[in-house]
Ligand binder design. Structure first.
Ligand SMILES: Nc1nc2c(c(=O)[nH]1)N[C@H]1C(S)=C(S)[C@@H](COP(=O)(O)O)O[C@H]1N2
Ligand SMILES: [Mo]
Length: 429
């Protein structure tokens, strides 16, 4: 009886089951019939792919350059990626010319990254049926290819998400954004390169051909089109343009009000000489007015010949110099040139025994926070435009811009321009 049942499984039940599995497979993303958009096909995927090839290459290069700008091989504080090993092979002494170098580099990196989001999403949408290809791997080569796609897609999403979160949410990963975004970039770019080598010839052929080859992206049962492929491209491009137009303004003082998407957005930093973008306010950084007053505050400068303590009045009696320089933050916002005035860093180095300026380690009054100290390289200290600024645009620094004194260095990332400076230690780092 039991054996009989095995040999003749309940016929009606069995057939019904098979049909219902088939039907649910048809409705599931694993079935080719599930993906019906007539927009999908080699042409759309190729166009988006070629745009990303250019865009992501620029993102990678500006990212590497931005990383070098942090002086990550200057101990002890700048290096957030001490295990970088050979990934730091290309590091170079960040120059001080042209003085808008970091502003341009980072503006391009962040603005382009934001602008490419719709293109990336459209590209992923255009190939999403392949995510559900069955069987998962037909051969070892196919398995390896799919694994590399996992790194590619995962890497892309990871880099875009960490980048956007860092820009929008003010460093929600304290101190760890740099290693995440940096190592992630190498993994992503390696997979990206492999993908380009494998697919670029095909993409170019798809773009040149009048009649495209059918491939697995073309739906087997296409739905009625609701928009042409060109229309879809315009839609993606329009999305990119909108993102671009609502973020690029954060790099220009007069246009900042247009940067409605930018977190620091339309300026809230007030009018007057100190009325330009503020990153962290004095209150946020926990700077107490009692510690910055003329009575309490002293700049402690240490070097070869010992330690010198200077009040603000004494600093003002040293030779004063001016420099027109921007603040340019890693987050992709920057100010136009501001007119800073104060004491040259190299004059402070000379005060403690260095005619030939060495590196300097700068510490602020701030007790906590990632950016309360920074190391500058000798070439940055030596530049005559590098100042310990006491005033800006003809007025004393405001508390939020770093009163009583702040560092300003040409072409350097904003984070190296330490505010509320308390101590400077000159010497090779
Ligand atoms: N002490 C201290 N200095 C600091 C910071 C900080 O948080 N604390 N932020 C840095 C960063 S990330 C930037 S972009 C600039 C911004 O300067 P601003 O607020 O005057 O525009 O200050 C830098 N100096
Ligand atoms: Mo910054």
């Amino acid at each position: 009886m039991v054996r009989d049942a095995f040999r003749h499984p309940l016929p009606a039940y069995g057939r019904g089951m098979k049909r219902s599995i088939e039907r649910s497979l048809e409705r599931s993303p694993f079935s080719p019939g599930f993906w019906r958009s007539p927009l999908r096909g080699p042409w759309l995927t190729s166009v988006l792919g070629v745009v990303l090839l250019g865009g992501i290459t620029v993102l990678f290069l500006t990212g590497l350059v931005s990383y070098a700008a942090y002086n990550p091989d200057l101990s002890p504080v700048n290096d957030k990626t001490p295990d970088k090993g050979i990934l730091g092979f290309y590091l170079f002494s960040w120059p001080t010319d042209p003085h808008w170098l970091y502003r341009l580099n980072q503006g391009v990196h962040v603005t382009l990254g934001i602008t490419l989001i719709p293109v990336l999403l459209a590209k992923l949408w255009s190939v999403v049926p392949r995510l559900f290809t069955l069987p998962p791997a037909r051969s070892l080569a196919h398995a390896l290819e799919r694994l590399s796609l996992l790194l590619l897609v995962g890497g892309a999403l990871f880099e875009f998400v960490t980048g956007v979160l860092n820009v929008q949410l003010d460093y929600i990963f304290p101190g760890s954004f740099y290693p995440l975004h940096f190592y992630g970039a190498w993994v992503f770019f390696a997979a990206f390169l492999a993908h380009v080598v494998l697919k670029l010839p095909l993409a170019l052929r798809n773009l040149r051909q009048i009649r495209e080859e059918r491939n697995d992206l073309v739906p087997t049962e296409p739905a009625e089109p609701t928009v042409s492929r060109r229309g879809a491209l315009w839609f993606v491009g329009g999305g990119s343009l909108l993102l671009f137009a609502t973020s690029v303004g954060q790099n220009f003082d007069g246009l900042r009000w247009t940067a409605v998407l930018a977190p620091h957005g339309p300026a809230d930093s007030g009018d007057g000489p100190n009325g330009f973008q503020i990153n962290k306010t004095a209150a946020y950084a926990g700077i107490r007015p009692a510690d910055t007053g003329d009575e309490a505050w002293r700049l402690v400068v240490t070097g070869r010949t010992g330690t010198v303590r200077l009040s603000r009045a004494e600093l003002l009696r040293l030779p004063q110099h001016s420099a027109a320089l921007p603040i340019a933050c890693v987050e992709g916002w920057s100010t136009s040139d501001q007119w800073w005035r104060g004491v040259r860093l190299r004059d402070l180095a000379a005060l403690v025994g260095y005619d030939d300026p060495p590196d300097v380690f700068v510490e602020s009054l701030q007790q906590r926070g990632a950016f309360r100290r920074a190391a500058l390289r000798a070439n940055q200290v030596a530049d005559p435009r590098s100042l310990l600024a006491l005033s800006v645009n003809g007025e004393d620094l405001s508390p939020d811009h770093g009163h009583p004194a702040r560092v300003i260095v040409p072409a350097a990332p904003g984070v190296l321009n330490t505010k509320w400076v308390a101590r400077m230690t000159f010497g090779d780092l």
